[in-house]
Design a protein around this ligand. Structure first.
Ligand code: GDP
Ligand code: IMO
Ligand code: MG
Length: 453
């Protein structure tokens, strides 16, 4: 009876059809970061109305090269160069205000000016659930790394941007949000002071100039105030208003995801597709295409297992030819062959609709190219990606071999410009992951991207 009643009720209201709204296309890192997400976002932003960052903080370093000018973005969305595209930083991002303004000022010198309430390089910052990174979170990040090194003989190799401590504050409900900064400053100050006391009881060596940090924050609060909006309403209007192309830019990557990555050698947010909904306050039904970005090989910054790493001349060649140096920390990236086990795993979580395969040009000079296709333990294939790091450290990788194309691909602009051996490599990767490759990157700049369909 209850079911029938519910059905009857539904029937009587069935003339109310929910408008599903505009879809949000998503760009996500499919490896350990630095796959070229910035370049893909910039390319897609040329046809977008809104580009949103949804998680991470200024641990991210996203490079965009347009008209021979190079930009590095850390908190600003990588679509910001496109003057018709509004930029939005969502609630899932942890923001270090001095870092944000430093980045804004640096980019103004390069000709990117922020205008509020205008269609020209506008930036909107979400008011609601926005956790703020303080200088002392960055100091605590450094102290925790020292403690890990002393206790465990190794650390995580974080970017020391305060990401872990800030997300930990969010989870333990001691974090401070932009909406708190926008409200009563004396209430905000006393919560900051309590937080400092908590940290000092854990780390007696922690020195914090709390009054001067608060004074700086008061100035930043006024500078940021005109940019702040309620993000849930902002995104709802963007989705349900006039037709719009909306883009979400992931930071970090699947294998650095707090839940699915190579824990504990990960970052502290969800860098997989779920982080887009929680980091912007949007329904899953409004997620459209999900683009995974992968290099044609693999890199990793920081500590942790890396099964296809090449600690040899191949690794050095990839590092030097690929200029594999971290954008945020300047550390050399570790390099190795493409690993299809991790790409398939990232696809299981994210449901990629297409892949961007970047940096194919870096492989141009190799005689032979290998691709990791399976992991083995004690000579037996394992049918899953190991969650435990001691196990992952031990796996033996099964490779598929390809002979190199030994041709410069950097001028290729369409599929037919690529040598057949490079085409063969791309098709193999595509078939193995089971996801179409939509773009192939052959250089740093915006135009060095072959679009396949
Ligand atoms: P992100 O963090 O994913 O945005 O990537 P990063 O900017 O940290 O690192 C990617 C690096 O590769 C940057 O220096 C890019 O300019 C560069 N890059 C991106 N795509 C290509 C490509 O197809 N070929 C070459 N040679 N470089 C590329
Ligand atoms: P983009 O967005 C590469 C790595 C750090 C470290 C670990 C934890 O440019 O791809 P954290 O400071 O987040 O606590 O560091 O995660 N890491 C990245 N590596 N690219 C990134 O971002 C990264 N963000 C974090 O090197 O190993
Ligand atoms: Mg990067």
């Amino acid at each position: 009876i209850a079911l029938l009643t519910a059905h009857a009720l539904f029937e009587s209201h069935s003339n109310i059809k929910a408008f599903s709204g505009n879809k949000v296309s998503v760009v996500l890192g499919a490896q350990w970061g630095d796959e070229g997400k910035g370049k893909v976002v910039d390319l897609l932003a040329t046809e977008s109305d809104l580009v949103c960052r949804c998680q991470g903080g200024n641990n991210a370093g996203h490079t965009v090269v347009v008209d021979e000018k190079e930009y590095d973005f850390h908190l600003l969305p990588s679509g910001i160069i496109n003057t018709k595209c509004t930029s939005f930083i969502g609630n899932g991002v942890v923001i270090h205000l001095p870092g944000l303004f430093e980045e804004i000022d640096k980019n103004e010198k390069k000709g990117i000016f922020l205008v509020v309430e205008n269609t020209y390089n506008e930036i909107i910052i979400k008011v609601h659930l926005f956790v703020s990174v303080f200088d002392f979170h960055q100091a605590v990040d450094g102290l925790q790394e020292l403690q890990r090194q002393a206790q465990e003989g190794q650390n995580i190799g974080t970017t020391k941007k305060g990401i872990g401590p800030t997300y930990a504050c969010k989870a333990s409900r001691t974090g401070l949000r932009i909406c708190d900064l926008m409200a009563d400053f004396s209430e905000f100050s006393s919560r900051v002071k309590n937080l400092v006391l908590q940290y000092q009881s854990m780390f007696p060596a922690l020195k914090v100039e709390v009054e001067s940090e608060l004074k700086k924050l008061k100035d930043y609060a006024e500078r940021i105030r005109p940019l702040v909006r309620d993000g849930v309403y902002f995104m709802y209007d963007a989705i349900h208003g006039s037709p719009k192309k909306i883009l979400a830019e992931g930071a970090n990557a699947a294998l650095l995801d707090i839940d699915f990555g190579t824990y504990p050698f990960v970052t502290s947010s969800n860098c997989t597709v779920g982080g887009v909904c929680t980091g912007l306050g949007i329904p899953p039904a409004n997620i459209g295409d999900v683009y995974g970005v992968s290099k044609a090989y693999t890199t990793r910054v920081g500590i942790g297992a890396f099964p296809t790493e090449q600690l040899n001349a191949v690794g050095e060649l990839l590092q030097t030819r690929g200029h594999e140096v971290g954008v945020t920390t300047g550390r050399k990236r570790r390099c190795g062959w493409l690993d299809l086990v991790i790409l398939k795993y990232a696809h299981m979580i994210n449901g990629f609709t297409a892949i961007a395969l970047t940096k194919l040009d870096i492989l141009d000079v190799l005689d032979e190219i290998k691709v990791g296709v399976a992991y083995k333990i004690n000579g037996k294939r394992i049918p899953y990606f190991p969650a435990n790091m001691e196990v992952l450290q031990k796996v033996e990788v099964e490779y598929e071999m390809f002979s190199g194309w030994k041709t410069d691909t950097s001028a290729a602009r369409k599929w037919n410009d690529l040598p057949p051996k490079a085409q063969n490599y791309i098709r193999f990767v595509e078939n193995h992951i089971g996801v179409p490759i939509k773009w192939v990157g052959v250089g740093k700049s915006r135009e060095c991207m072959i679009q396949m369909f």
